[in-house]
Every structure is written in structure tokens, then in C-alpha cells.
Write a protein that binds this ligand. Sequence first.
Ligand code: ATP
Length: 403
Amino acid sequence: MSLNKKTVDDINVKGKRVLVRCDFNVPLKEGKITDENRLVAALPTIKKLLADGGKVILCSHLGKPKGEPKPELSLAPVAARLSELLGQEVKFAADPEVVGPNAKAAVAAMKDGECILLENTRYRAEETKNGEEFSKELASLCDVFVNDAFGTAHRAHCSNVGVTQFVDTCVVGYLMEKEIAFLGNAVENPVRPFVAILGGAKVADKLNVISNLLEKCDTLIIGGGMAFTFLKAQGKEVGKSLVDDTKLDYCKEMIAKAEKLGKKLLLPVDAAVAESFPNPIDAAIDVKMVSADEIPADMMGLDIGPKSAELYAEAAKTAKTVVWNGPMGVFENPTLAAGTIAVAKALAETDATTIIGGGDSAAAVNQLGFGDKMSHISTGGGASLEFLEGKELPGVAAANDNK
Ligand code: ATP
């Protein structure tokens, strides 16, 4: 799928100040980055701009500081780790105002081929409101703007959308291009059979994704907490399982839609059930495997059962394209991770194009050590879901069209 947007390959940045919006929203534990996938994914664009002699000014948000400086959400540790990954100093422009006197002085002192990182853009309250003033301040730092933050592309904020109003040349980076190419091709132009696997907690979070993917795929597989609303819609007893009673009609509609379109819709045929949700989430738990027709009224389904896992793995193995978003069960608990592991393993073993939507499924695949066996692991959870819903992403739309 062609993105039809100008990219970093269409511009000459020699001697220019280039502001690059990255997604450096990485998990931190006691000041240490615990998953650096997003940093690694940002390197190709940064390297290209530096090699071309640009003055590269990086920016990103990190967590939710809610519009004020929070030292524990400073991007300083990211600058340090990025310097190591790049093999070149990424100077940190510490500045509580993000674009205050320190940042401006740091940019003014830059030489061609140098790189700096601004402070967390969400230190400013205007950021998430797409306010004009902060957008203008960001724009004043640069001659060219590059958006490579796929993980934030579903939001219209100052640092990815507002800023583009005040900079003439706005393009997308390699990561953005790659994300859209994989997700876009899978959905719009898939090599068939195309199997979509959806899991996670709630049906309500994925209404439009279910409906849109049903139209595009050959087989839709449902697991995770959301499967129980579907089972209840089929008239089954689901006991104390997670159910959204307001979405029963919606699930019935989707079951009918699948039939009408001649698509396979796979629901769990068995489940791992327990008396209550594990507390804490990784606590030891007694589970029972039951058929999906025999879930006891006083128990709850917390994972797909072994027969469903086999059925899903088989379906995944016959596919040529697989898109997966959301775990099959409460995978944070080792006893309830079997369904998610089985699906991850099946995907790791096929030579189909395998695309993992971000969020929990990406974390699960990486934790299980299957990361390098997948064709593409998206860096954006919410963004990849909205893309799979068929929505236009504001962060992408704001870049210059490739006329
Ligand atoms: P993200 O929103 O981060 O992209 P996701 O789309 O992969 O994540 P979510 O909808 O957030 O998935 O759901 C993940 C959560 O669903 C996990 O924490 C998991 O424990 C929970 N979950 C999975 N199966 C069940 C179940 N049967 N009952 C209750 N919770 C479940």
C-alpha cells in the first residue's frame, strides 16, 4: 500500500534544523528502560537525517505527566540510551518548558550532523489539547518537521499535528512508512487466506475493529475476555466470566454478518475456568478445563482451553497473512498464559506474514521470545487498532501529500 505522503527520502536536510517527533514512550522502572523496542525502531530515520547533515532535534512524550514537569517522567534516560544505540551523543536539552531558554540555546548551538533530545512534550498542558502557542514554539525550532511517531499517530497533539500548521515541509519517517505498509497491506491487499485474531479484555474496545476486519479477512478468531460476550450471545452459560450485557446484540449482529459474508468466525470451544480472578494477577490458581457449553454458573473463564488453542493454531497455520491483537487469556498469570502461548507459537512457526498489533500482544510475543519470528510487531497499540478500524490517523494525515 502506498502511503502517498512525502517521506524523509523526498527532502534535503543538509544544514537544516529538523524536528523529529518520535515515540519514545517506553516503560521505565526505577529510571531504567525495561523495553527499548521503540528506541531501536526509531534509529533508521535518525541515522539517515544525521548522515545527510541535518541538525536533528528529537521530541516525544513519555507517560502522563499531566501538563507539568515530573522528574520521574523526564526523557533524560532516553537520551543516554539513545546515545549508546546511535554511537553518537544525543544531547539532552533539559528544560521544564520543553521549548524554553535552555532548549533554544541548545538548538542555536547545534552543528550539522548533531542530535539533541527535547524534554517530555507532555510537561506542557497544551500538548494534548493541540494548542496553538506550544505548536508555534515547537515549529520555531525547526526548518523541517518529520513525524515518525506511529504510536501517537491516532492522536492530534501539538508535537505531531499542531506543529505542522507552522512548518512548510512536513514529512513522515521510515518507521511510520513501515508500520503503514505492513498494516495497510495486510488489511487492504492481503495474501489470502487472511486470518485475524482478536483478544483482550472487552468487546466494547474493539467494536469497529471486529466489524471492519470481518469484511476484510477470511477467518476471524476471537479469544480473551471478549469471547465470553460472544458465547453468551449464542445462548451459552458463561458463569461469572467477563461479559458486557450491553453488547450482546452487537455480538449477535457480528455472528450474522460473518454468516452472510461467508466468513469463518471462530469462538472458543473450551475454556480454562476458575472460581475467581487471580489476586494478585500472577497468584497461583486452580483451574478446570471445561467445554464452552459447560461453563459452571459459579465460575469464570480466564483463558481459552486446549481444544480452542489447537483449533486457533491450525487456522493460523493455514493462513498466508495473520494480524493479531490482544491476548487469549489472562496471560500475566503463568497458569492462564497457555492459550496466548499456543497462538504465539503457531504464528512463530508459520511462514505467513505475521503482524502483531502493539500493546499486550506485542509484549506477550516479546516476553515469550518469539519477537524475531514475527514479520512485524507494531510499535503502536491504540494507533494500530484505529488503523485496523479503517480510520484515518491524524498524525499521518498532517504530513505533506506526495503530489
Ligand atoms: P492494549 O490496549 O495495551 O493495546 P490489548 O489490546 O492487547 O492491549 P486489552 O484489551 O488491553 O488488550 O486486554 C488485555 C487484558 O485482557 C490483559 O490484561 C488480560 O489479562 C485480560 N484478559 C484476557 N482474557 C481475559 C479473560 N478471560 N477475563 C478477564 N480478563 C482477560
